[in-house]
Design a protein around this ligand. Sequence first.
Ligand SMILES: [Zn+2]
Length: 91
Amino acid sequence: MSLISLDPALWDYVIVHELLHFSVPNHGRLWKALMRAHLGDWEAAEQRLQHVTALQSTGEFGSAPCHTKALKTHKQGLMQQLFPSPQEPRP
Ligand SMILES: [Zn+2]
């Protein structure tokens, strides 16, 4: 599964979600307030995304979609596209 296969309406959720983690490392009140400021009804997008990724989530890291394996893969690709970094070590 790639980010492209997601509903485009969910891209904003994934992007904003991960970008906010640069300044807010958790899903606390501040993070939720910023999500609402940027996306409005972000909970609806999250529920749809959890449904999409439910089959791939082991659940061992909790229900936060960014902690599923699928979303971590999205995040890595997304961050490389948004912030290409020549200093980043390559495997
Ligand atoms: Zn998160």
